[in-house]
Design a binder for this molecule. Structure first.
Ligand code: MV4
Length: 494
């Protein structure tokens, strides 16, 4: 077993990883930037070391510094979490060189999966269904034109070094092609330092469905079912759930087997995700996310498998603790990402000091967070406050429970998206499970619905404001409000 884990990350995911360490009896080490001195994760760790100034490039992305701390404190392994260095093959390679176990796939696999064209080619080779399109990079206009004519418009041009949506351009007809190719190549070059792009048939409103996989060093790989992540805004996921309302038992078995096979074929070690687009009952491989993901808790809630612990076991050379036949999906879990942002002002980040804080609890509720009352959310990093996860025996119970929890949640002092989530949880199409990647843009009433929710909460906020120190009339977002509002707005089944 690894004996000491340095967590090269911050916030809720750092705490999530350290919790697994603690349950496994493994000491954990935090590294923190100057902006994170007062952060919970730095206090939760058994040891904590400063690694530099607030900008991530000077701290959390500083490969040399992170490895130096690991060596000095005697950590034999590093968990990268998500974001920052998580999928950086150079970092994994540096760990391999220094004899530090990188908790995740090898640098070879990270390199292969980071190159989206190579990953696509690898999947085509193995017979995985991919969206019709190129299996090579497209450099010249005529190549793009030929392939577009072959598959038909609309097409989408994607940067090969990218993933996650940045720089992707949708092309409706040949007239738009040259400009789109140029602009995607330019964005690819500046953002990813690689101007390679590729072309796919554009699917108009697909569902985003991804499979959680686990691969060990013995060549075993299993899947833990799917998550549906269609509810996103500008490539930022907002709500995720497991299972997907669109996936039948048969389709799950088929997609899951393909996902686990894909992991086995590339020699994937650790926890990872195989992304698919799902449209008209068909599914297409999209890309591999070679890390533990933000939304992994919904899978943990329905399968009972501790994904982070499995990752640590795998890194220690142990086999998977569970066989595919033993994986059971029980009930339904939904995750709402609670962000410090202003939904009334185009969701701009709204970092600042949390004056009062009360998070929900009770049956079936999980809150993963790295904040506390009086904590200041830094403008230097992602403004996620927490992940609120609700489990129910079926999707309706999970939704009802999520509503109940959202109405219990009190965050005073910073703008946040809790009311927006309340609006989504009441949205008839959401409740019916009619989801697609354009859900938020096409549900044009969501902002008005949210305003109505905020309006009806105003009197309660005022009634509650005396409970919290500091300014009166501060937006004490419902919370105890549950008492009076819940049965109306949680139970309603549109
Ligand atoms: C697509 C697609 C439609 N057709 N690929 C966005 C995230 C990244 N992982 C893949 N993405 C997409 N890939 C094909 N062949 C639609 C999306 C997509 C999207 C694309 C451009 C702008 C906004 C989008 C929002 C959701 C999904």
């Amino acid at each position: 077993m690894v004996t000491k884990i340095l967590v090269a990350n911050r916030g809720e995911i750092a705490i999530r990883i350290m919790r697994a360490c603690r349950e496994m009896g493994i000491p954990s080490v935090a590294v923190y930037s100057e902006a994170d001195k007062e952060a919970l994760f730095a206090k939760y760790a058994d040891e904590a070391y400063p690694i530099g100034p607030p900008p991530a490039t000077a701290s959390y992305l500083n490969i040399k510094k992170v490895i130096e701390v690991a060596k000095e404190c005697g950590a034999d392994s590093i968990h990268p979490g998500y974001g920052f260095l998580a999928e950086n093959p150079k970092f994994a390679h540096a760990c391999e060189q220094e004899g530090i176990k990188f908790i995740g796939p090898s640098s070879r696999v990270l390199e292969l999966m980071g190159d989206k064209v190579a990953a696509r080619r690898e999947m085509i080779k193995e017979g995985v269904p991919v969206v019709p399109g190129t299996d090579e990079c497209v450099a010249e206009f005529w190549q793009a034109r030929d392939i577009a004519n072959q598959i038909g418009y609309p097409v989408i041009i994607k940067p090969s070094g990218g993933g996650g949506g940045i720089g992707m351009t949708i092309v409706a007809n040949e007239g738009e092609l040259a400009k789109a190719l140029e602009s995607t190549q330019a964005i690819a070059a500046t953002t990813f330092g690689l101007c390679d792009v590729y072309v796919e048939k554009y699917l108009s409103n697909p569902r985003h469905i991804e499979f959680q996989i686990l691969g060990d060093s013995k060549g075993n790989a299993i899947h833990l079912g799917e998550r549906e992540c269609s509810i996103q805004r500008r490539h930022q996921k907002l709500i995720e759930e497991s299972p997907s309302a669109a996936v039948t038992r048969e389709v799950r078995a088929k997609m899951g087997e393909i996902a686990a096979n894909a992991a086995r074929w590339v020699g994937y070690e650790g926890a990872g995700t195989i992304e698919f687009l799902f449209s008209d009952g068909r599914f297409y491989f999209l890309e591999v996310n070679a890390r533990v993901q933000v939304e992994h808790p919904v899978t943990e809630m329905v399968t009972g498998v501790d994904i982070v612990k499995e990752g640590i076991r795998i890194a220690s050379g142990l086999p998977l603790s569970i066989k595919q036949e033993e994986v059971r999906m029980n009930g339904c879990a939904i995750e709402c990402r609670i962000n410090a942002e202003d939904p009334l002002n185009d969701f701009v980040p709204a970092p600042g000091k949390i004056k009062s804080y009360h998070s929900p609890g009770g049956t079936g509720i999980r809150v993963d967070s790295g904040v506390y009352a009086s904590y200041t959310i830094s403008p230097f990093y992602d403004p996620m406050v927490s992940k609120l996860i609700a489990w129910g025996r079926d999707r309706n119970e999970a939704i009802t429970r999520m509503r109940r929890a959202l109405y219990e949640y009190i965050i005073v002092g910073i703008k946040n998206n809790i009311s927006f989530h309340k609006a989504v949880m009441e949205n008839p199409r959401f409740v019916k499970g009619e989801l697609g990647t354009h859900f938020i843009d096409s549900e044009t009433t969501l902002i008005e619905d949210m305003k109505r929710i905020m309006e009806r909460e105003k009197p309660l906020e005022e009634k509650l404001s005396h409970l919290f120190e500091g300014k009166k009339r501060i937006a004490a977002i419902s919370g105890v409000a549950a008492i009076t509002q819940m049965h109306r707005h949680c139970q309603a089944k549109p």
